[in-house]
Design a protein around this ligand. Structure first.
Ligand code: GTP
Ligand code: MG
Length: 137
Protein backbone atom coordinates (compact mmCIF):
# COMPACT_ATOMS: atom_id res chain seq x y z
CA UNK A 1 0.00 0.00 0.00
CA UNK A 2 1.03 3.58 -0.65
CA UNK A 3 -0.95 5.34 2.06
CA UNK A 4 -0.69 5.48 5.83
CA UNK A 5 -2.32 7.59 8.54
CA UNK A 6 -0.63 9.39 11.43
CA UNK A 7 -1.44 11.67 14.36
CA UNK A 8 1.00 13.87 16.24
CA UNK A 9 -0.25 13.19 19.77
CA UNK A 10 -1.23 15.80 22.41
CA UNK A 11 2.09 15.76 24.31
CA UNK A 12 4.13 16.49 21.17
CA UNK A 13 1.73 19.20 19.97
CA UNK A 14 1.77 20.86 23.43
CA UNK A 15 5.57 20.93 23.40
CA UNK A 16 5.82 22.59 19.98
CA UNK A 17 7.16 19.54 18.13
CA UNK A 18 4.79 19.76 15.14
CA UNK A 19 7.52 21.26 12.97
CA UNK A 20 10.30 18.89 14.07
CA UNK A 21 8.17 15.80 13.60
CA UNK A 22 6.76 16.95 10.25
CA UNK A 23 10.31 17.61 9.05
CA UNK A 24 11.34 14.04 9.96
CA UNK A 25 8.26 12.73 8.10
CA UNK A 26 9.02 14.68 4.91
CA UNK A 27 12.76 13.91 5.07
CA UNK A 28 11.77 10.24 5.47
CA UNK A 29 10.31 10.38 1.97
CA UNK A 30 6.63 10.71 2.84
CA UNK A 31 4.37 13.15 0.98
CA UNK A 32 1.62 14.87 2.99
CA UNK A 33 -1.71 14.18 1.26
CA UNK A 34 -3.93 15.70 3.99
CA UNK A 35 -3.22 17.51 7.26
CA UNK A 36 -5.26 19.16 10.05
CA UNK A 37 -4.98 20.29 13.67
CA UNK A 38 -8.05 19.21 15.64
CA UNK A 39 -9.09 17.93 19.05
CA UNK A 40 -10.75 14.58 19.71
CA UNK A 41 -13.64 14.44 22.17
CA UNK A 42 -13.44 11.52 24.62
CA UNK A 43 -16.20 9.86 22.62
CA UNK A 44 -14.35 10.18 19.31
CA UNK A 45 -11.03 9.10 20.83
CA UNK A 46 -12.81 6.06 22.25
CA UNK A 47 -14.15 5.23 18.82
CA UNK A 48 -10.77 5.69 17.13
CA UNK A 49 -9.09 3.29 19.60
CA UNK A 50 -12.06 0.87 19.80
CA UNK A 51 -9.78 -2.05 18.79
CA UNK A 52 -7.99 -1.58 22.13
CA UNK A 53 -11.13 -1.44 24.29
CA UNK A 54 -10.36 -4.69 26.12
CA UNK A 55 -6.81 -3.64 26.98
CA UNK A 56 -6.09 -2.42 30.52
CA UNK A 57 -4.76 0.96 29.34
CA UNK A 58 -7.80 1.82 27.16
CA UNK A 59 -9.38 4.30 29.60
CA UNK A 60 -6.11 6.15 30.17
CA UNK A 61 -5.37 6.15 26.43
CA UNK A 62 -8.74 7.70 25.57
CA UNK A 63 -8.30 10.42 28.25
CA UNK A 64 -4.78 11.17 27.04
CA UNK A 65 -5.71 11.32 23.35
CA UNK A 66 -8.57 13.74 24.10
CA UNK A 67 -6.50 15.88 26.50
CA UNK A 68 -5.40 18.42 23.88
CA UNK A 69 -5.16 19.07 20.15
CA UNK A 70 -3.56 16.58 17.76
CA UNK A 71 -2.35 16.89 14.17
CA UNK A 72 -3.79 14.26 11.81
CA UNK A 73 -2.20 13.45 8.44
CA UNK A 74 -2.55 11.07 5.53
CA UNK A 75 0.89 10.21 4.12
CA UNK A 76 1.94 8.71 0.80
CA UNK A 77 5.03 6.62 0.01
CA UNK A 78 5.77 3.19 -1.45
CA UNK A 79 5.35 0.62 1.34
CA UNK A 80 3.94 3.43 3.50
CA UNK A 81 2.56 1.49 6.49
CA UNK A 82 5.68 -0.59 7.15
CA UNK A 83 8.18 2.18 6.38
CA UNK A 84 6.32 4.62 8.61
CA UNK A 85 6.30 2.16 11.54
CA UNK A 86 10.09 1.98 11.10
CA UNK A 87 10.39 5.77 11.12
CA UNK A 88 8.33 6.18 14.31
CA UNK A 89 10.06 3.37 16.25
CA UNK A 90 8.90 1.11 19.10
CA UNK A 91 5.76 1.90 21.13
CA UNK A 92 7.87 2.19 24.28
CA UNK A 93 10.44 4.97 23.71
CA UNK A 94 12.89 3.11 25.98
CA UNK A 95 13.05 0.50 23.19
CA UNK A 96 12.94 2.91 20.23
CA UNK A 97 15.99 2.95 17.97
CA UNK A 98 18.23 5.97 17.41
CA UNK A 99 16.96 8.10 14.52
CA UNK A 100 13.28 7.32 15.13
CA UNK A 101 10.62 9.93 15.93
CA UNK A 102 9.73 8.27 19.23
CA UNK A 103 13.38 8.08 20.29
CA UNK A 104 13.63 11.83 19.82
CA UNK A 105 10.20 13.03 20.99
CA UNK A 106 8.31 10.39 23.02
CA UNK A 107 8.11 10.84 26.79
CA UNK A 108 6.56 7.52 27.89
CA UNK A 109 4.86 4.37 26.58
CA UNK A 110 1.57 6.30 26.61
CA UNK A 111 2.69 9.84 25.68
CA UNK A 112 4.71 8.54 22.75
CA UNK A 113 4.45 11.53 20.42
CA UNK A 114 2.98 9.89 17.32
CA UNK A 115 0.59 7.28 15.94
CA UNK A 116 1.11 5.12 12.84
CA UNK A 117 -1.43 2.78 11.23
CA UNK A 118 -0.63 -0.93 11.60
CA UNK A 119 -2.12 -2.20 8.30
CA UNK A 120 -3.31 -0.99 4.88
CA UNK A 121 -6.88 -1.73 5.95
CA UNK A 122 -6.60 0.38 9.11
CA UNK A 123 -4.78 3.17 7.25
CA UNK A 124 -7.86 3.57 5.04
CA UNK A 125 -10.31 3.39 7.97
CA UNK A 126 -8.28 5.89 10.03
CA UNK A 127 -7.77 8.34 7.14
CA UNK A 128 -11.51 8.25 6.40
CA UNK A 129 -12.20 8.95 10.10
CA UNK A 130 -10.60 12.41 9.76
CA UNK A 131 -10.63 13.48 6.11
CA UNK A 132 -13.16 13.88 3.31
CA UNK A 133 -12.21 13.52 -0.35
CA UNK A 134 -11.92 17.29 -0.90
CA UNK A 135 -9.29 17.59 1.87
CA UNK A 136 -6.82 15.28 0.08
CA UNK A 137 -4.29 16.50 -2.48
P1 GTP B 1 -0.12 3.62 17.80
O1 GTP B 1 0.70 3.96 16.58
O2 GTP B 1 -0.52 4.85 18.58
O3 GTP B 1 -1.28 2.70 17.49
O4 GTP B 1 0.90 2.85 18.76
P2 GTP B 1 1.45 1.36 18.61
O5 GTP B 1 0.82 0.69 17.45
O6 GTP B 1 2.93 1.44 18.65
O7 GTP B 1 0.92 0.72 19.97
P3 GTP B 1 -0.50 0.03 20.26
O8 GTP B 1 -1.38 0.11 19.06
O9 GTP B 1 -0.23 -1.29 20.86
O10 GTP B 1 -1.06 0.97 21.42
C1 GTP B 1 -1.77 2.17 21.08
C2 GTP B 1 -1.31 3.26 22.03
O11 GTP B 1 -1.71 2.93 23.36
C3 GTP B 1 0.21 3.45 22.16
O12 GTP B 1 0.78 4.23 21.16
C4 GTP B 1 0.31 4.15 23.50
O13 GTP B 1 -0.03 5.53 23.38
C5 GTP B 1 -0.76 3.42 24.29
N1 GTP B 1 -0.21 2.27 25.02
C6 GTP B 1 0.26 1.11 24.50
N2 GTP B 1 0.69 0.27 25.47
C7 GTP B 1 0.45 0.93 26.64
C8 GTP B 1 0.66 0.61 28.00
O14 GTP B 1 1.15 -0.47 28.34
N3 GTP B 1 0.30 1.55 28.91
C9 GTP B 1 -0.26 2.75 28.55
N4 GTP B 1 -0.60 3.64 29.50
N5 GTP B 1 -0.46 3.09 27.28
C10 GTP B 1 -0.12 2.20 26.33
MG1 MG C 1 -1.27 0.66 17.05
Amino acid sequence: GNITFTMIKPDAVAENHIGGITQMIEEGGFRIVAMKKTKLSEERAGKFYEVHKERPFYGDLVKYMSSGPIVAMILEKDNAVEDFRKLIGATNPAQAEEGTIRKKYAKSIEANAIHGSDSDENAKIEGDFFFSADERF
